[in-house]
Design a protein around this ligand. Structure first.
Ligand code: BGC
Length: 332
């Protein structure tokens, strides 16, 4: 490589790293300023300060988690600082986690998204900061407890729903949110363990969508053109349904395509109402947020907690939608 090119790359890398540091420094300053403003206004400062770090700060699913945690603020003497990258970005999420560890908050609530998270989680625990993993767990971290979906079991539920809804006859395309994230791996494994037992079901391909709306449509499109006999899709990420339906629509295959995906976010509910999506694996993000604050306080008080607390997972179909919405049985 030419020396000039190498220098340019190094300078660009330096500028990006410096930019990140300034950004995180400013975020920390902004938080301090907020707390100082509350002290100056005479407002009482809550006894405990927890940091909750989501995967995508503005994603509807994480907003529900935040809402749960903020509701707990009304019931307990805590302040929950909610943070996360704009778009799924594990590196940035790790930086936020590092910042929370360095600023010695009273408790940290975070996913164990991939193998890079446990070392930092363990560092926090070793420093005396209690940690709760939320939404995604791993077996190799020292967090006090896990609160969230049993992702393997949720995958199994999705498999059972697909078997039931397709009468055990389908050629399935599986779209994982990410091959690097353990929760998606578990959701795929749970699903395939169930459908593999069915003679009439074939898994034609397993691909990843990078937790991105754009990538999922392109990937689903490629899967449909490479495997023309696909009759059903299983998506392990919230955005997968929307992209799968769009790809099937552009190939005029929407009518005959069975789709099951995760999370009752508005876009998925709308597609469930109009028939693009047939089933949704519904998690309990609000409850995860609320319970994680309650359990954190219990840990601080010295109580023993279980290794994990699995929140409910259910399958929602069109017929389960509330009366008055676009239920198929009411529109015919
Ligand atoms: C997952 C979260 C993820 C969110 C948005 C949910 O299904 O449980 O881990 O951050 O989707 O992609």
């Amino acid at each position: 490589m030419k020396r000039n090119v190498l220098y340019s790359i190094l300078i660009a890398a330096f500028i990006i790293a410096a930019g990140f540091s300034v950004y995180f420094y400013q975020q920390a300053q902004a938080e301090d300023a907020k707390i100082a403003a509350r002290v100056n206004s005479g407002e009482e400062i809550p006894q405990y300060h927890f940091t909750l770090i989501g995967e995508e700060v503005n994603h509807d699913y994480w907003r529900f988690v935040e809402e749960g945690a903020k509701t707990a603020e009304e019931d307990y003497d805590v302040f929950v600082e909610y943070k996360g990258p704009e778009r799924s970005n594990p590196e940035e999420q790790l930086k936020l986690l590092d910042m929370a560890v360095q600023s010695k908050v009273d408790g940290i609530i975070v996913q164990a998204l991939n193998e890079q998270f446990p070392p930092l989680i363990n560092q926090a625990v070793e420093k005396g900061i209690p940690v709760i993993t939320i939404d995604t767990n791993s077996s190799d971290n020292m967090a006090h407890t896990y609160i969230g979906t049993d992702n393997y079991m949720a995958g199994q539920l999705a498999g059972e729903a697909l078997v039931e809804d397709t009468d055990g006859e389908a050629v399935v395309g599986v779209l994982s949110g990410s091959f690097d994230n353990s929760l998606h791996e578990q959701r795929v494994k749970g699903f395939t363990d169930i459908v593999e037992q069915e003679e009439g079901i074939e898994v034609a391909a397993v691909e990843e969508s990078n937790i991105s709306r754009v990538d999922v449509e392109e990937e689903a499109y490629n899967m449909l053109t490479a495997n023309e006999n696909i009759t059903a899709f299983y998506g392990t990420s919230s955005y997968n349904g929307v992209g799968i339906v769009a790809a099937a629509r552009s190939l005029e295959k929407e009518e005959d395509m069975y789709v099951i995906t995760f999370d009752a976010i508005d876009e998925n509910i709308e597609l469930l109402e109009n028939g693009g999506i047939h089933a949704i694996v519904d998690q309990q993000p609000f409850e995860m947020g609320y319970e994680s604050v309650e359990k954190m306080l219990s840990i601080i008080e010295g109580n023993t907690v279980e290794d994990d607390y699995h929140t409910d997972v259910t399958i929602i179909r069109n017929a389960d939608l509330p009366v008055g919405t676009n239920r198929e049985d009411e529109t015919s």
